[in-house]
Design a protein around this ligand. Structure first.
Ligand code: X8Z
Ligand code: ZN
Length: 600
């Protein structure tokens, strides 16, 4: 996701090459304000160019577009790093609150600042472009044919042959091993850059973007995980037993960790695709969203139009014509692209677009709502100054669309839009909640551990020799998973997950999986909903949309608790909304697990 703005910036850099005599005096609050405003204009300028180069490379991966993107990204990185370094000049100046916040955000602007020495920004940008392109163009042989990640994901979702699952899982993970040296070098450079801006390492920089001290934020994620962990363990126990029923002890023992390739998803991060294996005995679900979409002849465009209509029902203006002209919504046949879904704003105004290789299935039905959530957020905060044009925190950015998808996943809504003929009664609550938990609850430990691993890499606790072992130690600790077989000595399994080579922080998704339920609970209360939370849909609730938009318009102008309070009245991240949503299922799972030896 990129947020960029076009604005004129004239010779801003020169402003702070101030004469030596002037620098000797302590800078004033007025100078601080002038500095950030000039810096914002300069950011707009470098961003406008870098965004276009990045868009073109992601839509057309060649040697040349990689070269162009790396060059523009290096320029952008060097510029922002210089501005962030210059900002330190105003440390201790009693700037006005807006300027003070902008100075702080400027230092946090880059995910990976480059070291300030000749060639370093170019090297860092080159590594990142190559890592992302290697991931996106990765292929391996299956049944005598080269296959892509998209094909492999279909096999993981649909095949019930453990040998095939293992082969495809191992095939894709093999693609990542060439990334290891690049990743190790990247981590060293990124750390050097973060340190020069005053952070302990890149992980500390990432943890500093939540309006609290980095250590306090780490502790906050521990606290939240403790809130949801018992529920995850309950789900793990139930799913493991059903996999054991289906595959037998030789494939999936009834005790210990679950084999990672049996859960319907390449990273075992969402398990909804194995609903058929784990569905409750005696209560059948009367519909499958996968089948409904297919039966009603949905295509990629219809999926996106349906997503747009949901937001329109909340009062959001339609997507601009340019969205439809410029977005990429299906995988092109004849060129290499980054298929991992993303949402962009190319001019920080109305040039919003998505880029995804949409498949007509339930996963992508939700992903469409997710990506559009980014676009509507970007458009809502477009009138904020450059440094506030971002989510209240990155978890908010990820939660907007997921919040929409919670309503859009209800049978009531699917019925309203003509996808589902009959709304099932309360007897289908458990099947429905189980499906939701397979995606939402199963995700939480994964959402946490990706950055637990990277925090360790950046702090030096995890050395390159330990990359893979430490990854699997975390997969075991948090998710209770094990690989389908021994991993080769040169494996680099974290690289098989997009956000590692894509250098996108991941704790945001863990947070989003909590915020979206807080938003949902607040929205349903505002709509006067009295029934169970999982049956609530806010489709068509314009007053809810208006209030939600007020939070969205704030962007990052205030600390995130204020944005949360604006919509929900709450000021803390709180998984009690998750518990409330899934309450009936948790009790049901506990009953099913009687006699099982839960845990691993
Ligand atoms: O990466 C994404 C989005 C783009 S921001 C498609 N997600 C995470 C993932 O796929 O791993 C959404 C859910 C988690
Ligand atoms: Zn996202």
């Amino acid at each position: 996701m990129k947020t960029m703005l076009m604005a004129a910036a004239a010779a801003v850099a020169l402003t702070w090459a101030a004469p030596v005599a002037a620098q000797a005096q302590a800078p004033t609050a007025a100078e601080a304000k002038a500095f950030v405003e000039a810096a914002e204009a300069e950011l707009d300028k470098v961003n406008a160019f870098a965004a276009r180069a990045a868009w073109v490379r992601a839509n057309f991966i060649t040697e040349d577009t990689q070269w162009l993107e790396a060059k523009s990204s290096a320029e952008q990185n060097a510029t922002v790093t210089r501005l962030a370094t210059e900002a330190a000049r105003f440390n201790g100046v009693a700037a006005d609150p807006v300027t003070a916040r902008k100075l702080k955000l400027l230092k946090l602007y880059l995910v990976s600042p480059a070291p300030n020495r000749p060639g370093a920004a170019e090297e860092l940008a080159g590594l990142l472009t190559r890592l992302d392109s290697t991931y996106s163009t990765g292929k391996f042989e299956h049944k005598g044919k080269p296959i892509t990640l998209n094909d492999a994901e279909d096999v993981l979702a649909e095949s019930r042959d453990p040998a095939e699952l293992k082969a495809v899982w191992e095939g894709w993970h093999g693609v990542a091993k060439v990334m290891k040296p690049d990743y190790a070098r990247f981590a060293a450079l990124s750390n050097e850059g973060a340190k020069s801006l005053g952070f302990k390492d890149t992980g500390a920089l990432w943890r500093s973007n939540y309006d609290m001290e980095p250590d306090a934020f780490a502790a906050e994620t521990d606290r939240l995980w403790k809130q949801v962990e018992p529920f995850y363990r309950n789900l793990h126990c139930y799913v493991r037993a059903r996999l054991n029923d289906k595959y037998g002890d030789a494939v999936q023992p009834r005790k210990g960790p679950i084999r990672a390739d049996l859960l319907g998803n390449m990273w075992a991060q969402q398990w909804g695709n194995i609903y058929d294996i784990v569905q409750p005995k005696g209560v059948t679900s009367s519909y499958s969203l996968d089948k409904l979409l297919e039966a009603k002849g949905y295509d990629a465009t219809k999926m996106v139009k349906t997503g747009e209509a949901f937001y329109s029902s909340l009062g959001y203006s339609p997507l601009p014509e340019t969205f439809w002209e410029r977005s990429l919504i299906t995988r092109p046949r004849d060129r290499e692209v980054v298929c991992h879904a993303s949402a962009w704003n190319l001019d920080d105004k109305d040039d919003i677009r998505i880029k995804m290789c949409t498949k007509v299935n339930a996963d992508d039905f939700r992903t469409v709502h997710h990506e559009l959530g980014h676009n509507y957020y970007q458009r809502a905060y477009k009138n904020q100054p450059t440094l506030f044009r971002s989510g209240a925190n990155d978890g908010f950015h990820e939660a907007i669309g997921d919040f929409a998808a919670l309503s859009a996943s209800t049978p009531t809504y699917l019925n309203q839009i003509g996808l589902l003929d009959q709304i099932p009664g309360a007897e289908e609550d458990i099947p429905f909640l189980l499906k939701m938990a397979l995606d939402k609850i199963a995700f939480m430990p994964f959402g946490l551990l990706v950055d637990r691993w990277r925090w360790g890499v950046f702090s030096g606790e995890t050395t390159p020799e330990e990359y893979n072992a430490d990854w699997w130690a975390l997969r075991l600790k948090y998710q209770g998973l094990t690989p389908p077989g021994d991993r080769p000595a040169d494996a680099f399994d974290p690289g098989a997950k997009y956000h590692v080579p894509g250098n996108t922080p991941y704790t945001r998704y863990f947070l989003a999986h909590i915020y979206q339920f807080q938003f949902h609970r607040a929205a349903c209360a505002q709509a006067g909903w009295k029934g169970p939370l999982h049956r609530c849909s806010v489709y068509g609730q314009k007053a809810v949309g208006e209030k939600f938009n007020r939070m969205m318009e704030m962007g990052q102008s205030q600390p995130w608790p204020q944005a949360l309070a604006e919509f929900s009245g709450e000021t803390r991240t709180d998984a009690s909304a998750v518990a409330a949503y899934f309450k009936p299922l948790d009790a049901w799972l506990t009953k099913q697990n009687k006699g099982e030896q839960c845990g691993w």
